[in-house]
Design a protein around this ligand. Structure first.
Ligand code: WAQ
Ligand code: MG
Ligand code: MG
Length: 264
C-alpha cells in the first residue's frame, strides 16, 4: 500500500459504553486506504447491528491515519486444521498443543475455565483478551473487565487476495478465519508464547491454539455450546516487559504481506 492508510476500529456494547459498564457485543479492526474508509465504516456499522449477542446501543467507530514508516510487515502464521471429532477430543488437542508450547498444566486449566465461564469477573464476555503467566496461570492484564484489545493489524491487499483464494480452495472462506489469523499472527509476533481462543458467538464452535512453535492450529469443536468464549495470551512474565508488550499489542501497526498454509 503506497497511499495513505487508515486504521478503522469499531466497538459496540449494550447498556451503555464499555467504560460505563456496558456489555461488549462486537468489535472489529482493519487497515485500509482512504478510499475504502467510508465503505469500511458502513460494513462495521452493519456488523455491530447484526451480532448474535444482541442489539448494541453504543457503537464507537474510530478512524486514524497511520504513519507509513511505522508499519511493520510480517508473515502470517502457518495455518492448519486439527481433525478433532468432538469437544473432548478438541480439549485434549488444545491441552497437548499448549503444553508442548511451554504452558504449564495449571495455566492451561485456568484458561479453559475462563473460556467456559467468561473471563470478566462474574463470568461475562470481555472486549479484550486475558494475559496469563504461562507458568503460574496468574492473570496479568491491568483491567480484568476490559482485557487487552489487539488492534492495528490487517493484510496487504495482495496477501488478502491470496489468503481468500487459499481459504476458498480449502472450503474455508469464512471472514472469521481471516480475522483470527491476522490477530493471532500479530499476537505471536508481539512476543506471546501461545494463545487459545474460542469465539463468543454461540454458534461458532471452531477455536484455535496458536504458538511460536506450531503456528495457527484450528480446532473444530473446541467451543462447547455452554462456553462464553474469549482469548487467553500466555506469556513468560519474567522475560517480558508487560507495559511494552501491551503497547505493542494495542498500538503497533502491522500488515501481513505473506501467507503460509500447511496441509492437513
Ligand atoms: N483483541 C483482544 N481480544 C479480542 C479481540 C481483539 N482484537 N477480538 C476479540 N477478542 C476476544 C473477546 O473477548 C471476544 O469475546 C473473544 O476474543 C472472541 O472473539 O479459524 O470469532 O471475534 O475457524 O468472537 C476462531 C476460529 C474464531 C476461526 C474466533 O472470535 C477459525 C472468533 P471472536
Ligand atoms: Mg471478532
Ligand atoms: Mg464474536
Amino acid at each position: 500500500m503506497k497511499t495513505m492508510v487508515y486504521s478503522v476500529r469499531m466497538r459496540a456494547a449494550q447498556g451503555g459504553p464499555h467504560e460505563k459498564g456496558g456489555r461488549h457485543i462486537s468489535g472489529a479492526e482493519k487497515i485500509v486506504p482512504f478510499e475504502q474508509v467510508a465503505q469500511t465504516i458502513q460494513q462495521m456499522l452493519h456488523r455491530a447491528k447484526s451480532h448474535a449477542l444482541g442489539e448494541p446501543d453504543f457503537i464507537n467507530i474510530n478512524v486514524e491515519r497511520l504513519e507509513l514508516q511505522y508499519i511493520k510487515y510480517i508473515t502470517a502464521l502457518p495455518l492448519q486444521t486439527a481433525k478433532t471429532k468432538d469437544h473432548e477430543h478438541a480439549l485434549w488437542c488444545a491441552r497437548q498443543l499448549l503444553s508442548a508450547s511451554g504452558v504449564q498444566p495449571a495455566a492451561i486449566e485456568r484458561a479453559l475455565e475462563l473460556l467456559a465461564r467468561g473471563p470478566a469477573p462474574g463470568g461475562q464476555n470481555m472486549r479484550g483478551a486475558v494475559i496469563m503467566d504461562a507458568a503460574s496461570g496468574r492473570r496479568l492484564e491491568p483491567d480484568p473487565w476490559r482485557g487487552v484489545r489487539v488492534s492495528r493489524m490487517d493484510y496487504t491487499p495482495r496477501a488478502a487476495a491470496e489468503l481468500s483464494r487459499l481459504l476458498e480452495s480449502m472450503g474455508l472462506e469464512h471472514f472469521r478465519v481471516r480475522e483470527a489469523l491476522a490477530l493471532a499472527t500479530k499476537v505471536i509476533y508481539a512476543g506471546t508464547l501461545a494463545e487459545i481462543c474460542c469465539s463468543d458467538d454461540p454458534h461458532y464452535t471452531t477455536g484455535y491454539v496458536s504458538s511460536q512453535r506450531f503456528g495457527y492450529v484450528r480446532i473444530p469443536h473446541l467451543k462447547h455450546a455452554s462456553f462464553k468464549g474469549g482469548r487467553v495470551f500466555f506469556i513468560r512474565s519474567q522475560e517480558i516487559n508487560l507495559e511494552e508488550y501491551i503497547s505493542r499489542l494495542q498500538e503497533e501497526p502491522v500488515l501481513i504481506d505473506q501467507i503460509r498454509i500447511s496441509n492437513g
